[in-house]
Design a protein around this ligand. Sequence first.
Ligand code: HPA
Length: 267
Amino acid sequence: MSRSAELAALIRSRAGAEPPRLGLILGSGLGHLAEAVRGEAIDYADLPGFPHAGVSGHNPRLVLGDLEGVRVAMFGGRAHYYERGNPAEMRLPLEVLKALGTESLILTNAAGSLRADIPPGGLMLLADHINLSGANPLIGEADDARFVPMTEAHDPAMRAALKSAASAEGVELPEGVYCWFSGPSFETPAEIRAAKVLGADAVGMSTVPEVILARFLGLRVAAVSVVTNMGAGMSAEAISHEHTKAMAPLGAAKLERVLRRYLRDLA
Ligand code: HPA
């Protein structure tokens, strides 16, 4: 049995066999939503091979259960490329999600905005992304399956449903392009100016490898950024991880309303 099949069996034995309809990965400072799920919580530490998710502001647990009448699998924390230099850190969790029978995934993250009309506290739906990191989680993959098409990687139907959920909640959810920098250092002002020229609307240190892996595994995927700050050099505020964690709850409350409505619409 593959490692993901073994872990899926272990998870089913604890949380029940019904496949989750949706997987969710919660970004920095957004882990609170996992507490709203009624179901079984499993520490990553009890799932051999799961990442250690050693970034403060994350809650490394998988919660399976009901939210707004939909069975979900919520990942309270993610591992990042910058932690150990491995862009495929989230491969096993996503393989397990697939093995559980889930077909769709929503990713969330904290991000810096490059657009004055998407200020801190605002949300951005990823319409597309730019991989500026030079890394790819599929490097080393042996066969032709590695040549994953990335046109419409961000699922149009899921995006439409998220936009309609946001509009029903009166939450602004503009679409934009997310640019992946490896981190962990923040960008320089020159890098932010360069990202703008390249067509980015927000910058961050995650999500893109998971989008690539999700498409590789045949999961439909959409992603939402919670803006915690303007990009480096764009405002007087100092950028820091402390600031990210402090600001995330502002947008997180809006994101929670959008996600809850999205799930009610699914149910
Ligand atoms: N840059 C990269 N990642 C981030 C930022 C940022 O400005 N804010 C939150 N995550």
